[in-house]
Design a protein around this ligand. Structure first.
Ligand code: F6P
Length: 548
C-alpha cells in the first residue's frame, strides 16, 4: 500500500512544511525558477515552475516514482507482459506506432507484421476513398464518412479529426455518431445521401448496444433508398476484433479491419479505429502523428525521471491529488482545434484510473484518479474560471497553446496568447489586499465603500498550473501530446498500484440496462426495483406516447 511506505510519509511531512509557501515569493527569490522547472521535448515545452513545489518536493516525488518501480513497470509494458492482469492482457498500444524495425513481442510472438499489414490495408482503403476511386452503389464517390462507435471507438478519432482539420481533405465531411438517443443519428442522416455515404462501424467487441443499434438504424436507412443488400459492402466498413459479427452484419470481410485484445479502447486511435482520421488527413500525415507518438515513447522510456515530461506531469498530479487533496484536474487548451481534447482525456484518464481496488485485490487507502474536466480555455475564462480563481477548491490545470496558429492572423493569436500568460500568472500571483487597496484608491475610492468592496477583489493566488507550449498543432506534435498523456496516466496508475487498463466499472449499469429494457416493452407496472427506480420507470411508462 503506497500510504504505508516511508517515502509517502516523507512526502506527507514535507507537505506540512511547504503547504503555506507562496509561489509569488518563490519566484521573487529564485530568478532561475523557470529554467529549473521546465523541460523540452521536440517542439513541446513544459513549464511546470508555477507549481507549489521546491527542489526537495521534486526530489521526493522522483524517489516515489523510483520506489513505486515505474521504470520496471514501463519495461514490462513495452515488453508485452500481461500487466492488465484482470483481463490477462498485454498493453501494447505503443506497438501500433512503432515505426522502428524492432520487434514487439507478446508471448514470444512479434506483433509487428500484423500491425504493419493492417496499416497497409488502411492506407489502401483510405487512398481509394480520398482519390475518389472508391465508388458507391450509383458510381458516385464518397462525400461523407460517418463513424458509428462510442467511448474509445469514437472519442479519439473525433478529437484528432477535429484537431487536424487544417490538414484534412476539404470536400469530405466527417460525422461521429455515438449516442443511442436517436436525435444523434437522425441529425447526421438528415444531411446525407446514401449513395455518397460511407459508414465505419467501430466497435472492438461488435456487441456494444449503442453502436449496434445505431449501426442497424443506419443500415435500415440505407436499404430504404438502396434496396439492395449487396450494396452494403460499398457503404459499410468495420473495425473490430469480432469478425464473425461484422460479417453477419453484411460487411465484406475485405473491409473488416482488425483490433487486438492488447489494445484498450481508449488507447486505440493508433489502430484502424483511427480510420476516419486517416481518410481525413491521409496516411502520410497519420504516419507523422505516429512518429510524434513514437518519439514520445522513446523519450518516456529513455529519459531519466528528472527530464521526463510524462513522469513529471504524473508526479505533480499525484502531489495535488494525494497531498493537497485536490479532487479534480482541468485541461484547458487554447487552440480551438483541440476542443474535444478534454472529453477525450476524460475517458483516457478516468476510465483508466477511476479505481478503488489495487493490484492485489485490496481496497486502496489513498485517493486515486482525479475528476478530469475542461473546455477551450478562452471560453472557460468566461464561464468557470471564477471558481478556479476565487472558489474554495484547489484545481490544478494544464494550459496548452500553440506558438503559431494555422491561419497566422497575428492579431487574434496575440490576444489568445496574452490570455494564456495572463491567466497562469494571475492564478499563481493572485492579488493581495494591499494591491487591491492601492488600485481602488488610485481609482478614487475610499472609506467605507472601499472597505466593503475590498475582500471581493482579493485573489489568494498560489493556484498551480502547467503550461505546455508547442510550435504548431501539426500531426507530429499532436501525436506526441497524446502519447504524453497516455504515459502520464500509466505512471499514476503504477504509483497508486492500480490496473489502469481494465474497466469493470462500466459493466453494472450495462447489465441493469438490459434487464430494464425488457421491462419497458409493455405497459405493466414494474415492482422489482427500489421505490425510486420503480417510480421512475412507471412514471415514464405511464406518460410516454402510445407509439414509443
Ligand atoms: O463501456 C466502456 C467501453 O467498453 C470502453 O472501454 C470502450 O472504449 C467503449 O465501451 C466501446 O467499446 P467497443 O469498442 O467494444 O464498442
Amino acid at each position: 500500500m503506497p500510504k504505508s511506505t516511508a517515502i509517502w510519509e516523507a512526502l506527507q511531512s514535507h507537505y506540512q512544511e511547504i503547504c503555506d509557501l507562496q509561489m509569488r515569493d518563490q519566484f521573487a527569490q529564485d530568478p532561475q525558477r523557470f529554467e529549473k522547472f521546465s523541460l523540452e521535448h521536440n517542439d513541446i515545452l513544459l513549464d511546470y515552475s508555477k507549481n507549489r513545489i521546491t527542489d526537495k518536493t521534486m526530489e521526493l516525488l522522483f524517489k516515489l516514482a523510483r520506489e513505486s518501480k515505474v521504470e520496471e513497470w514501463t519495461q514490462k509494458m513495452f515488453s508485452g507482459e500481461k500487466i492488465n492482469h484482470t483481463e490477462d492482457r498485454a498493453v501494447l498500444h505503443s506497438a501500433l506506432r512503432n515505426i522502428s524495425d524492432k520487434p514487439m513481442l507478446i508471448d514470444g510472438q512479434d506483433v509487428m507484421p500484423e500491425v504493419k499489414n493492417e496499416l497497409q490495408r488502411i492506407r489502401k482503403l483510405s487512398e481509394s476513398i480520398r482519390s475518389r476511386q472508391w465508388r458507391g452503389v450509383s458510381g458516385q464517390p464518397i462525400t461523407d464518412v460517418v463513424n458509428i462507435g462510442i467511448g474509445g471507438s469514437s472519442l479519439g478519432p473525433e478529437m484528432v479529426t477535429d484537431a487536424l482539420r487544417p490538414y484534412g481533405i476539404h470536400d469530405m465531411h466527417f460525422h461521429f455518431v455515438s449516442n443511442v438517443d436517436e436525435n444523434h443519428i437522425m441529425a447526421a442522416l438528415e444531411m446525407l445521401k446514401p449513395e455518397t455515404t460511407l459508414f465505419i462501424i467501430s466497435s472492438k467487441t461488435f456487441t456494444t448496444q449503442e453502436t449496434m443499434l445505431n449501426a442497424s438504424t443506419a443500415r435500415k436507412w440505407f436499404l430504404k433508398s438502396v434496396d439492395d443488400t449487396s450494396a452494403i459492402k460499398k457503404h459499410f466498413v468495420a473495425v473490430t476484433s469480432n469478425r464473425d459479427a461484422a460479417t453477419k452484419f453484411g460487411i465484406d470481410p475485405e473491409n473488416i479491419f482488425m483490433m487486438w485484445d492488447w489494445v484498450g479502447g481508449r488507447y486505440s486511435l493508433w489502430s484502424a479505429i483511427g480510420l476516419p482520421i486517416v481518410i481525413s488527413i491521409g496516411m502520410d500525415n497519420f504516419e507523422a502523428m505516429m512518429q510524434g507518438a513514437y518519439e514520445m515513447d522513446q523519450h518516456f522510456k529513455e529519459q531519466p525521471f528528472e527530464k521526463n515530461i510524462p513522469v513529471v506531469l504524473a508526479l505533480l498530479g499525484v502531489w495535488y491529488n494525494n497531498f493537497f487533496n485536490a479532487q479534480s484536474y482541468a485541461i484547458l487548451p487554447y487552440d480551438q482545434h483541440l476542443h474535444r481534447l478534454p472529453a477525450y482525456l476524460q475517458q483516457a484518464d478516468m476510465e483508466s484510473n477511476g479505481k478503488y481496488v489495487d493490484r492485489e485485490g485490496q481496497q486502496v487507502d489513498i485517493s486515486t484518479g482525479p475528476i478530469i474536466f475542461g473546455e477551450i480555455g478562452i471560453s472557460a475564462q468566461h464561464a468557470f474560471y471564477q471558481l478556479i480563481h476565487q472558489g474554495t477548491k484547489l484545481i490544478p490545470a494544464d494550459f496548452l497553446a500553440p506558438i503559431t496558429d494555422y491561419h497566422c492572423i497575428m492579431r487574434h493569436h496575440r490576444v489568445l496568447m496574452s490570455n494564456v500568460f495572463a491567466q497562469t500568472e494571475a492564478l499563481m500571483k493572485g492579488k493581495t489586499e494591499s494591491e487591491v487597496r492601492a488600485e481602488l484608491e488610485a481609482g478614487g475610492m475610499s472609506g467605507e465603500q472601499l472597505e466593503a468592496l475590498l475582500p471581493y477583489k482579493v485573489f489568494l493566488g498560489n493556484k498551480p498550473t502547467n503550461t505546455l507550449l508547442f510550435q504548431t498543432l501539426d500531426p507530429k506534435t499532436l501525436g506526441g501530446l497524446i502519447a504524453m498523456y497516455e504515459h502520464k496516466i500509466f505512471v499514476q496508475g503504477i504509483i497508486w498500484n492500480i490496473n489502469s487498463f481494465d474497466q469493470w466499472g462500466v459493466e453494472l449499469g450495462k447489465q441493469l440496462a438490459v434487464k430494464i429494457q425488457a421491462e419497458l416493452e409493455d405497459a405493466s407496472e414494474v415492482t422489482v426495483h427500489d421505490s425510486s427506480t420503480n417510480g421512475l420507470i412507471n412514471y415514464y411508462k405511464n406518460n410516454r406516447p402510445e407509439k414509443q
